[in-house]
Design a protein around this ligand. Structure first.
Ligand code: AHR
Length: 335
C-alpha cells in the first residue's frame, strides 16, 4: 500500500481526506491479515456492526463482493453489535496502516477519540450506512447512507394517510406500539424522530408503548409478546426494521390474531423476507432502506485515496412499497 501523508493531511483539513494507492488483494476474515499485495493495492479496513438482520447480511455481501470485483484488499471485522469491538477493529486497521477505513457505527456517540487517532495517522475514514454524532466533521471524509429521518417520515405519512383503515377496533383512536432499533443508533433515533414529527399532525394517532428490539427478529418477537400482554387495543406496530416486524408477526400469530388485519404492521428495510410478508398481507407497508452500498463505497474509497474531493454527504435513493407494489417487485428483488 502506498500512502501520501502530506496530501492526506491537506485533504483531511478540507474534509475530503486523501491518501494514495491502488491494486489487488485478499479479502475477508478479521483484521490482521496484514498489509496489501503491492504498491498499487488499496487496502480498506471495514468495521461492520454485526449480523443482526437480513439488511445487514445483504450490506456485508454487497461490500465484500464489490471489494473483490474491484481488486480492493478488504479487511473485514464483525463487531457483534458492540461499540468496543468496532473501536478495537479501527485501532487495528490504524496499526496495519490501511489506506482507508470504513465503518457503520453501532451507536452515534463516543467516536471522537478513535477518529482523531485515524486522523493523526493520516488515514481517511468513510462512514457508511450510519453517521456519528460529533462536533468535528473533519474526522471523516464522507458519509454514505440513507436519510433515516425521511424514512421515519414516510412511515408516519402512510399511517396518517390511511388512519381511517388503521383504527382496527373502531374506538376512534389509532394505538401504535413501536419496536425501536438499537438504543443510541442513528436509525433508531432518526426513524422515531421522523415518524413522530408526522403523526403529530393527527390527534387520533397515539404511540402507547415503545421499546427496543435491537434490530433482531428475536428481539422484535419478545418485545411484541410483552406489548400484547401489557397493552389493550393495539392497532398498529411500527417496527424500525423488517426483522423486528417479522418477529412481531410470530408473536401476533401465537396470540391467535392475524397480522396485517387484526394488527397492522409498518416496517423499514424491504429485504426479501419483509417483502414476502408484505406481498402475503402480513405486513401493510414498508419503507425501503437500501443495503447495497458496496459499489458507491468502493468508488468513494478510490476517490478519497487518490486525493480527490468528494461530497461530504452522499444520500442513498429509496422508495416505499404497498402490498400490491411488493407483489410486483418481489420476483426481481436481489436481497
Ligand atoms: O442501519 C441500518 C439498519 O440496521 C437497518 O434498517 C437494520 O435492519 C439494520 O440492522
Amino acid at each position: 500500500m502506498l500512502r501520501k501523508s502530506l496530501i492526506a493531511a491537506a485533504a483531511m483539513t478540507l474534509g475530503a481526506a486523501s491518501l494514495s494507492a491502488c491494486g489487488s488483494s485478499d479479502s475477508g476474515g478479521d483484521s490482521g491479515s496484514g498489509g496489501s499485495g503491492g504498491d498499487e493495492t488499496i487496502t480498506m479496513g471495514f468495521a461492520q456492526v454485526g449480523a443482526e438482520s437480513g439488511w445487514r447480511t445483504a450490506n456485508t455481501t454487497s461490500i465484500q463482493d464489490t471489494a473483490e470485483a474491484e481488486g480492493i484488499d478488504l479487511k473485514f471485522s464483525d463487531a457483534q453489535q458492540k461499540q468496543e469491538n468496532q473501536i478495537k477493529a479501527i485501532r487495528s486497521y490504524i496499526q496495519q496502516k490501511v489506506d482507508v477505513i470504513a465503518f457503520s457505527p453501532v451507536v452515534e456517540t463516543g467516536w471522537d477519540t478513535v477518529l482523531q487517532e485515524a486522523k493523526r495517522a493520516n488515514i481517511p475514514v468513510i462512514l457508511t450506512d450510519r453517521s456519528v454524532d460529533s462536533e468535528d466533521d473533519s474526522l471523516y471524509a464522507t458519509f454514505l447512507g440513507s436519510d433515516f429521518v425521511e424514512e421515519g417520515e414516510k412511515a408516519g405519512q402512510w399511517l396518517v394517510d390511511n388512519a381511517s383503515d388503521m383504527d382496527v377496533d373502531g374506538d376512534g383512536s389509532v394505538k401504535v406500539v413501536q419496536l425501536e432499533g438499537t438504543t443510541g443508533s442513528a436509525p433508531a433515533i432518526d426513524r422515531e424522530e421522523g415518524f413522530n414529527s408526522v403523526i403529530g399532525s393527527d390527534d387520533a394517532i397515539e404511540v402507547i408503548a415503545s421499546q427496543t428490539g435491537d434490530f433482531t427478529r428475536d428481539g422484535g418477537k419478545k418485545v411484541m409478546e410483552t406489548f400484547l400482554s401489557s397493552e389493550d387495543g393495539i392497532d398498529v406496530v411500527y417496527a424500525h426494521n423488517d426483522d423486528m416486524g417479522l418477529g412481531a408477526i410470530e408473536a401476533i400469530k401465537a396470540e391467535g390474531l392475524t397480522p396485517g388485519e387484526d394488527i397492522k404492521i409498518i416496517t423499514v428495510d424491504a429485504v426479501k423476507d419483509g417483502m414476502t410478508a408484505l406481498a402475503n398481507g402480513e405486513i401493510n407497508f414498508i419503507v425501503e432502506c437500501n443495503p447495497l452500498l458496496g459499489p458507491q463505497l468502493m468508488d468513494l474509497a478510490k476517490q478519497v485515496v487518490a486525493g480527490e474531493e468528494v461530497e461530504k454527504r452522499v444520500v442513498t435513493e429509496e422508495t416505499t412499497f404497498t402490498q400490491e407494489q411488493a407483489k410486483e417487485a418481489l420476483p426481481d428483488r436481489q436481497y
